[in-house]
Design a protein around this ligand. Structure first.
Ligand code: G1P
Length: 287
């Protein structure tokens, strides 16, 4: 069955980039000229996703507004004959009915956030994209995963290599057999101590999972950091179903951290069609 739906958990408080995120959701921070979440939605659409479930929380209304039409703004742009800006705005809208918003009522962890989307996903394979992570790639990271899914089915996790002194910040997979970019997995662990990590392949924040994960998430106890972890439920699902990792082509940026966010802005600025050359010159001048 094709992957039609995606979950984006956007309930997080963004404490690592305070005070920038005190009054606006971290997902709405601009990366050059678009909010961070737009890059992640574009990635999903490029992979053929037709419906996105945003798992939100309090003070996240700006995300809902962003994907809705803004009549006053559109009328003003029309009157001022700014057709190009208007076209760009309209092109970014999701199709009517193609987004759902569900609230995670308490910050119990990523696993719990995903479980909150169960009724809307129903009984079909689905994608998860963590919007803290922006992946810059020729072919969208999720599209590369869908390619792999079409070959091997089951459950797919995007991974990339991380320096060994950083493995304890992520979920880490245990690789078994490799076929090009596709790696059969034998295990995974959430935020392992450096000397217990099964590899240096970190879970990047992109998943294609079978709906049986929801049954496991329902009674999943707290794990690393006292939170209900998606990784722990995936470890249990692995007893019954196959998991593959995809070492995707592209570069990921952790916009949930100050340095990662800054790096994402730099990387997108220097490649930007309108300001790229200027941005490169500016960076040189500042240095
Ligand atoms: C989450 C996942 C982790 C993954 C990471 C990627 O952790 O639990 O497995 O490696 O995202 O960014 P978090 O960053 O929410 O602590």
């Amino acid at each position: 069955m094709t992957v039609r739906k995606a979950v984006m958990p956007v309930a997080g408080l963004g404490t690592r980039v305070l005070p920038a995120t005190k009054a606006i959701p971290k997902e709405m921070l601009p990366v050059v000229d678009r909010p961070a979440i737009q890059y992640v939605v574009d990635e999903a659409l490029e992979a053929g996703i037709e419906h996105i479930v945003f798992v939100t929380g309090r003070n996240k209304g700006a995300i809902e507004d962003y994907f809705d039409r803004a009549y006053e703004l559109e009328t003003t742009l029309q009157e001022k004959k700014k057709a190009d800006v208007l076209d760009e705005l309209r092109a970014r809208l999701l199709k009517p009915g193609a987004a759902s918003f569900v609230r995670q009522q308490a910050p119990l962890g990523l696993g719990h956030a995903i479980w909150c989307a169960r009724d809307i996903i129903g009984n079909e394979p689905f994608a998860i994209l963590l919007p803290d992570v922006i992946v810059k790639a020729e072919r969208s990271c999720l599209a590369q995963m869908v390619d792999a899914y079409d070959k091997v089915g089951g459950n797919i996790i995007a991974v990339d290599q991380v320096p060994e002194d950083r493995v304890s910040l992520y979920g880490v997979i245990a690789p078994k057999a490799r076929d090009g970019k596709i790696i059969e997995m034998s295990g995974m662990v959430e935020k392992p101590p450096r000397d217990e990590a099964p590899s240096n392949l970190k879970i990047t924040g992109r998943y294609i999972l079978q709906p049986e994960i929801f049954v496991l998430l329902e009674d999943q106890g707290a794990g690393a950091g006292g939170e209900i972890q998606l990784t722990d439920a995936m470890v249990r699902l692995m007893e019954k179903q196959v998991f593959h990792a995809v070492e995707f082509d592209g570069q990921d940026y952790d916009c949930g951290s100050k340095a990662g966010y800054f790096e994402a802005v730099l990387a997108h600025a220097i490649d930007h069609a309108e300001i790229g050359a200027e941005a490169r010159a500016m960076i040189k001048a500042v240095l």
